[in-house]
Each structure stands twice: as C-alpha cells, then as structure tokens.
Ligand binder design. Structure first.
Ligand code: NAD
Length: 462
C-alpha cells in the first residue's frame, strides 16, 4: 500500500507539524519500502484535542450503533485482508501464509468479537437499591509494538470503541504502514470524525508526549518492560488508568506422562512462529530428567526443519540483540544443539532457529526475554522442582502444560504464576483474557475482561 504523508486526525489525513520522517524497511531484503511522518508533541496535541471533542458524542452513542460501526470495521478488514497480510509481510518480514492466517486473521476475529460484545454487554445493572452504570473511561492513548502490529492495535481500539471511548494511536515505528491501513479502514467503517486518531512517530517523542498528555485519561501500552515501567510511573503520578502488556519468558512444562514428541514439536513451533517475536512464546521447555536427552534430540531435529521457513527478525538492532543473547548463552555454558549466532543469510535480518540444551534456571537465556527464534531446554527432577523453575522469573504471561491426564495438567497449571496456560496444546481463544502476572503487566486484553479495562462505574442510589 502507498504510505500517507499525514496524520489521521479528526476524520481526515492532515499535514504533520514537523518535517521529519521515518523510513520503513523490509527486514527480508533491507530495502526501504516507504516513509511516514515522525510526529511531534504538536501532532499529539491536535489528535488528543480531536479525541476529547468527539468523546461526549461517541460515549452517548447507543451501544447497538457502536456495535454496528465495529461490525462494519470487521467487514472492511475482511475485504482488505490480502492487503493487510501483504503490508505486514513487507514491513515485519513474516512469511505471507503466516501473515494471512495470524496477522490478518486474528484482528478480524477480535474486531468481530467486540462487534458482538458491544451489542450484548450489560452496561448497566441493578445492585440492591442502586443502578450501576459502566461508563467509558474517556480519551485513550494507545501505544503499540511491531510484533503483531495489527492485532495489538485492534486489541486496544476495538474494546475502547465498544466501551464508548475515543482514542489516539501511536503505532510502532517499524510497522506504521498497517496502522495507516487500519486508519483507512476505520474511516471506511463510518466511525465519526475524532473518535479514532493516528499519530505516527518515535517512541521517546510522539509516544512519550501521548503518554504524558493531560488530556489522555488512560494509557494502554504494549511493548518492553523498560518502557512500560516508565509509562506506568508517569500514569501513577498523574493518577490516570494504565494498562500494560509487557514481556514474558513462558514455561512449556512437559510432565512425564505426556505425549513427548507432540509436546516438543508443538513447543518448538510455538517459539519459532513469527521468528520468536511473540511475548507469550514458550521459550523455556521444562523436561523431566529421564526424558531430557530424548526431548533435546526431538527439539534439535524440529528446529532444523525450520531453517528456511521462518522470516527475519524485525530490524538490524533486534538481530544484533538476539545474536548477542545466543553468544551469551554459549559463554554461560549452555550447549547449542541447533542454530547459533552466525547470520544464516547475507541479506535480511535473519537469525537461525536456535535450541540450547543444558540450560540452568539462573542463566541469562533462561531469565531474559530474547524475542528471537531461541528455545532453551531445562531439566527438572520432580513436579515441585518443575514448578519452582516455571515460576522462577520476573515474568508471568503465558505457558503450557502437557500431561497424560488432563486433570494432572490442570492441577499443575493452577499453581503457575501466569496469566494464560494452554493445556495439552489448547488452541488460541480470542475471547479469553490475555495479560500478565508479576512484571508481565497490568490489566487484561481481549473478550469481556478486555472491555472492562476501558470502563469505569457510576452508581445511582434510589
Ligand atoms: P518498545 O517498548 O521500545 O516499543 C513499543 C512501543 O512503545 C513503540 O510504539 C515505541 O515507539 C513506544 N515507545 C518507546 N519508547 C517510548 C517512550 N519513552 N514513551 C512512550 N512510548 C515509547 O519496544 P522495542 O524497542 O520495539 O522492543 C524491545 C524489546 O521489547 C523486544 O526485544 C522485546 O523483548 C520487547 N517487546 C515486547 C513486546 C510484547 O508484546 N510484550 C512487543 C515488542 C517488544
């Protein structure tokens, strides 16, 4: 798609306040494929002003009409799904099939879920002699990353619109083109001017201006823990609501009775998908010592098959970072059984699918989020040991448990300090609340739980 040279503010593409631009690079071949304006605090201010002006009208719009706009938005996304997939492939580098199924498919499912929820959710209830109203929190500042660029946008914009909030979106600098496409889709869906606004720009400039703007009632952020911590601190100081979706280092726990080959193969696929750039990826595989060698062999063989099937990572900086972690793993004594730090191709920001064996829980590669196609395989002695290891990081976003009996897996999952657990390969559910325990974040996205994030209550007594 052709890039816009303006910001989508108050229902139209408007010239930016400054002249700086951001180049968009295809990470598969390092070619520049477009440029977008680098917004400043002035653009953010114009967008927040438009969102504030539109708030009263949108908040008062009946939920059924908000639902109709969301259904129209879903329909536009469906009609443009090939363009969405091609755009994400061009700016993120993911294989086209994956872009079609996930980068286009997931946002369509989520937009559809909120079209339905907006129409059916009980925005008012009777409690004793009170009526409790669920009212929109107000103007939302949404800041999103590049790894699932449209999904992460829709996971904020759709529930906020369903709730009656207005928004300003600052998308990631690596993937602004699909954000511009989304703004076109919102426009096509007939969402009134000012309800949704887009400002492209750099995090420390446009992102920070949005997070700190006093006209913003809530900041919803997805990205790194380092930036999330700062945004949370600023929101705390201003006493405004904040939702944070941050990093993860999720455990894939394979209990002795499980189907080992299936658990390992699905586990490797989970880590390699999207080139390992998934906050909920099961990057630590925990295997009983009696099955450890077999699991390592299976994992190495599975990773080797991914050789040419995964895309690059998003940019040169991420490639450097991931390769640095692989080198550190080797330096700390982990054993490489697949991949390694060498770049597998001359062009493009590729990293080899990598598997580390003999990883111990305190190693850097077992503690920090690498955000690349790197799996660590850890050995445990018994279930309590497995639980200690699984819970032994600052994160708690997702995880998996595999067991011979489902009840056994459920019992283990209930003891895990984490927001989501897939049991014996359970499927993604766009209605299930998604979010973190511990330093993986604050708040939940998706489904009804995701909608309540954008609501506040008012009680009238009779
Ligand atoms: P980041 O946190 O810097 O960027 C995420 C978003 O925040 C982007 O839109 C960015 O422009 C914005 N931002 C950056 N600095 C800001 C500031 N000071 N104020 C307001 N907004 C700001 O993440 P990154 O540098 O793109 O990636 C670094 C690491 O973060 C990754 O390697 C990975 O570990 C992690 N990450 C996690 C997720 C996730 O889904 N949890 C997503 C992306 C990255």
């Amino acid at each position: 798609m052709k890039a816009h040279d303006g910001m989508y503010i108050d229902g139209a593409w408007r010239p930016p306040a400054g002249r700086d631009t951001i180049e968009v690079v295809n990470p598969a071949d390092e070619q520049v494929i477009g440029e977008v304006p680098a917004g400043t605090a002035l653009d953010v201010d114009a967008a927040v002003t438009a969102a504030r002006r539109a708030l009263a009208g949108w908040a008062a719009t009946p939920p059924a009409e908000r639902a109709a706009r969301l259904a129209a938005l879903r329909d536009v996304l469906v009609a443009r799904k090939d363009e969405i997939a091609a755009t994400v492939t061009a700016e993120l580098g993911s294989p086209l099939k994956f872009s079609e199924a996930v980068h286009a498919g997931a946002p369509i499912a989520v937009a559809g879920s909120y079209a339905e929820l907006a129409g059916t959710y009980a925005f008012e209830e009777k409690v004793g002699n009170s009526v409790v109203y669920q009212e929109p929190i107000g103007v939302v500042g949404a800041i999103t990353p590049w790894n699932y660029p449209l999904h992460q946008i829709v996971a904020k914009v759709a529930p906020a619109l369903a709730a009656g909030c207005t928004l300003v979106l600052k998308p990631a600098e690596d993937t602004p083109l699909v954000a511009q496409l989304f703004a076109e889709a919102v426009d096509q869906a007939g969402v009134p001017a000012g309800v949704f606004n887009l400002v492209t720009g750099l995090g420390p400039v446009a992102g920070q201006a949005l997070a700190e703007h006093e006209g913003v009632d809530m900041v919803s952020f997805t990205g790194s823990t380092a930036v999330g911590r700062r945004i949370g601190a600023a929101a705390g100081a201003a006493v405004k609501r904040v939702a944070l979706e941050l990093g993860g280092k999720s455990a894939n726990v394979i209990l002795p009775g499980a189907d080992l080959a299936k658990a390992v193969n699905v586990g490797v696929a989970n880590v390699m998908s999207n080139s390992g750039q998934t906050c909920s990826a099961w990057t630590r595989m925990l295997v009983h010592r009696d099955q450890y060698d077999e699991a390592v062999e299976l994992a190495a063989a599975a990773a080797a098959k991914y050789g040419d099937r995964i895309g690059p990572v998003v940019n040169a900086r991420q490639q450097q970072r991931v390769r640095g972690y692989i080198e550190q793993g080797v330096a700390e004594g982990a054993r490489l059984v697949a991949g390694g730090p060498e770049a597998p191709r001359e062009r493009g920001y590729y990293v080899s699918p990598t598997v580390f064996a003999d990883v111990t829980p305190e190693m850097t590669v077992a503690q920090e989020e690498i955000f690349g196609p790197v799996l660590t395989v850890l050995r445990y002695e018994d279930e309590d040991d497995a639980l200690r290891i699984a819970n032994g990081t600052v994160y708690g976003l997702a995880g998996a448990v595999w067991a011979g009996r489902e009840a056994e897996a459920v019992a283990f999952a209930r003891r895990m300090e984490t927001g989501q657990v897939d049991i014996n390969g359970g499927r993604f559910n766009p209605l299930a609340p998604f979010g973190g325990y511990k330093q993986s974040g604050v708040g939940r996205e998706l489904g009804a739980h995701g909608l309540t994030e954008y609501l506040q209550t008012k009680s009238l007594q009779f």
